[in-house]
Design a protein around this ligand. Structure first.
Ligand code: NAD
Length: 360
């Protein structure tokens, strides 16, 4: 049986720590199934090759069945010219893999309800929604420029543009996802101000006609940011454009606990997905064995599910994470004193999850 090819990008800061943990967990859940190939990207690639995503790195990812990414970036590379910053590598990777749909689950683990910063009565209603963010269009990919308006004055502009087909394909992902869940789609835009949003709303309405069982709501992004903390239990599938999705999904991550807990999958037409935690390289805790590896480990489980249809193995990993949390093990970011919890390091968390997978 040939092994499944997975490109692995450890990246910078805590990236290599959380990736190492995830590869060990994947090996425990599906022994001998994967051929992992390490790929240079981010600040480390700038140091070694002068650019954040060398062409050969992108090629390896494009030729793999899936790509697993830790995180990139750090203060050391903050003074790079904008086109050579680590984050540019990330945008180039997403565009190069043509992954247009970013899927971020926001689900509260019952054992972590106390880490939810919302009022108890709100958290207790349950939080389980998915944000589907358009990933390779909109303002992050439009023309960026700084220009002179007079001798002494500069101005800058970033162009937000969406085509009908870009909106249509992400809307289909949202409605299909909703069909396997509670059948509610909330489309988030700023149609009272933005022309792109008005087109967005029109196309989403049009696509919704193909999914008569799914209930469609529209919210302006400012209202959506309020409703997410007021009545999170009402949401099932949220679909939105790139920048709004970037902001709302970070808000959602805080509702469900720590940024270190949340995975994401980015999918294209052919399921050649990119899987990563939603956090960055966390330079403040890098190299101290404090990083919570759960977000990346759950991204590994999403990879099993979405790219390889290995649902049994994905379940094993997700159940193992649930068990370890229920048993009271916590990394510092999700630890609360005085509740009888056990504070452990990132590698100890990984070991506990491996033990739980073994006995699953
Ligand atoms: P960050 O997500 O790296 O860190 C924010 C805070 O969350 C920090 O206090 C950090 O210690 C904590 N945190 C993050 N992940 C954690 C984990 N797994 N366990 C425990 N605590 C965790 O965001 P930032 O500080 O804004 O950015 C740091 C660097 O990461 C920057 O260079 C930024 O550009 C980059 N970044 C990269 C990505 C990516 O690679 N996808 C995403 C966001 C930011």
């Amino acid at each position: 049986m040939s092994k499944k090819n997975v490109a692995v990008i450890p990246g910078d800061g805590i990236g290599p720590e959380v990736i190492k943990a995830t590869l060990e967990v994947l090996e425990q859940a599906a022994p001998g199934e994967f051929d992992f190939q390490e790929v240079a990207m981010g600040g480390n690639a700038i140091d070694k090759y002068g650019e954040p995503l060398p062409e050969f790195s992108l090629k390896t990812c494009q030729n793999s069945q899936a790509t697993l990414l830790g995180a990139v970036g750090g203060a050391k590379w903050d003074n790079q010219p904008p086109e050579n910053r680590p984050e540019k590598g990330l945008l180039k990777l997403r565009a190069g893999l043509k992954v247009f749909a970013n899927i971020r689950p926001a689900k509260i683990f019952a054992s972590l309800a106390s880490a939810c910063p919302l009022r108890k009565d709100i958290a207790e209603k349950g939080i389980d929604f998915i944000i589907i963010r358009e990933l390779i269009g909109g303002i992050y990919f439009g023309k960026h420029e700084t220009f002179k308006t007079s001798e002494n004055e500069r101005a800058a502009r970033d162009v937000m543009e969406y085509s009908e087909s870009e909106i249509r394909r992400i809307a289909h992902v949202a409605f299909k996802t909703a069909m396997s869940r509670r059948k509610i789609v909330t489309s988030v835009d700023k149609a009272n101000v933005l022309t792109t949003s008005r087109l967005w709303r029109e196309i989403v309405e049009d696509v919704s006609k193909e999914y008569p069982e799914v209930k469609l709501n529209h919210l302006y992004v400012d209202n959506a940011s309020m409703q997410l903390i007021k009545i999170p239990s009402d949401f099932d599938v949220i679909v939105t454009e790139n920048m709004f999705g970037d902001i709302l999904s970070d808000e959602a991550s805080q509702i469900t606990g720590s940024i270190g807990m949340i995975p994401s999958a980015s999918l294209g037409e052919n399921n050649c997905g990119l899987y990563e935690p939603i956090h960055g390289s966390a330079p403040d805790i890098a190299g101290q064995d404090k990083a919570n590896p759960i977000g990346t480990i759950l991204a590994g489980a999403m990879m099993l599910r979405y790219s390889f249809n290995m649902n049994k193995e994905a379940d094993k990993i997700e159940n193992a994470v649930d068990k370890v949390l229920t048993d009271g093990f916590r990394t510092a970011d999700i630890y609360t004193e005085g509740q009888g919890l056990k504070l452990i390091s990132g590698s100890q968390m990984k070991n506990e999850i491996i033990k739980a997978v073994k006995h699953a």
